[in-house]
Design a protein around this ligand. Structure first.
Ligand SMILES: [Ca+2]
Length: 373
């Protein structure tokens, strides 16, 4: 098969997938310029994988928390039945990360990525590029006034090399230290107009405001890389951008909306919010979220759970006291988080979601909801 044949076959298969499979769809309404938007499906997974290239520096690599945002992002996609292929020349992440391929290069500045990006794109031919770059330019103060120009050139290189790929451009995450954060904010401030101009020109580029998704409390002790919880927030922000469905997260350990009966709130730096809920093993024990929602409707529920029982286990879910099915968690180990999804119908105002033991106890770190429609 010639290369052209392969491209046509891939493009045709992808289009069929977009049109007929539930994994992805081509959104031409609200999204600019026919942007490729991943839609949480309810049907069978796509037959051909969608290639996703995580592209950036050590934050893409996942320094301080193995796998970084890629771990949760992979879990979200798996939970929604998407057939995803992470691509890149590197491979890093924990064993439970189903696909560890990436282009996250620790310490690299924008121009270093630019020097290699064309080759990576032609070799791995991603359908989606998740680009976050510039943190090293900022913290090394390396030609900082021209950093936006360099990012602009990198985006142009990607869209020129693979015009049909969808490029998600993230702002950089917060930095500790007033001056570094000021420099980061100045750099970030140039990105929305840059991306908007390219979208207007018909390029498949979208902005992901990653900076606003995290706070300084989400930074590890080095003041640069996110904590485990910070990376979890990054994954939720990437996935919200990919699906076009904004997710809202709630921490299981928060007493302001979560009640624990006959279980325990546990502190751990390995969970988002530095806390989780466990020991939900006794009969009658439960974790219950009381959530205020602005709108009634169908939602996608994502549960970030840890299961160290050595075998897959299930919890029961009830919504306002009504059975709403079971949630099944693979046995990755304690503090190795899996994300399990379920569809739930919720009302406007107060809703209670209660988790109880079914076949074994699992720990819950957080949950998230995204509107389906
Ligand atoms: Ca938590």
């Amino acid at each position: 098969m010639t290369r052209l044949d392969r491209i046509i076959l891939t493009a045709t298969a992808l289009f069929v997938c977009l049109a007929a499979c539930a994994g992805l769809r081509l959104q031409t309404g609200g999204a600019p310029h026919g942007a490729l938007v991943v839609a949480p499906p309810n049907a069978a997974p796509a037959s051909l994988p969608v290639r996703v290239m995580p592209l950036g520096d050590s934050i893409t690599d996942g320094l301080q928390a193995l796998g970084g945002y890629r771990s949760d992002l992979w879990e979200y996609m798996k939970a929604d039945g998407m057939n995803t292929d992470f691509v890149g020349s590197r491979s890093s992440g924990p064993p439970q990360l189903g696909d560890r391929d990436d282009e996250g290069h620790p310490g690299w500045r924008i121009h270093q990525l630019t020097a290699h990006t064309r080759g990576w794109l032609l070799k791995y031919r991603p359908d989606i590029v998740l680009l976050q770059a510039g943190t090293n330019d900022v913290i090394q103060r390396w030609g900082l006034p021209a950093a936006p120009t360099r990012l602009n050139a990198l985006i142009d290189l990607i869209t020129a090399t693979l015009p049909n790929a969808q490029v998600y451009v993230a702002t950089i995450t917060p930095l500790a230290g007033r001056l570094n954060e000021k420099r980061a904010s100045a750099y970030n401030a140039t990105i929305p107009a840059m991306v908007a101009a390219k979208a207007t020109a018909g390029r498949h580029v979208r902005l992901v405001d990653m900076h606003s998704a995290l706070s300084r409390a989400d930074l590890s002790s080095d003041g640069i890389h996110p904590t485990t919880g910070g990376y979890a927030k990054m994954a939720a922000q990437w996935y919200s951008a990919l699906t076009g469905k904004p997710m809202t997260q709630w921490e299981a350990e928060s007493p302001s909306y979560a009640t624990v009966s006959n279980g325990e709130r546990l502190e751990t730096a390995n969970a988002s919010g530095d806390g989780k809920v466990g020991y939900l093993s006794a009969a009658g024990s439960f974790l219950e979220f009381a959530l205020q929602l602005p709108r009634a409707g169908r939602y996608r529920l994502y549960v970030r759970a840890g299961n160290g029982a050595g075998r897959a286990c299930e919890q029961r879910l009830t919504v306002d006291g009504r059975p709403a099915g079971r949630l099944r968690y693979p046995a990755y180990g304690w503090d190795r988080w899996t994300i399990t999804a379920a569809g739930v119908d919720l009302g406007a105002g107060r809703n209670t979601l209660r988790f109880t033991r079914a076949t074994c106890s699992a720990e819950i770190d957080s949950i998230a909801l995204a509107p389906v429609r």
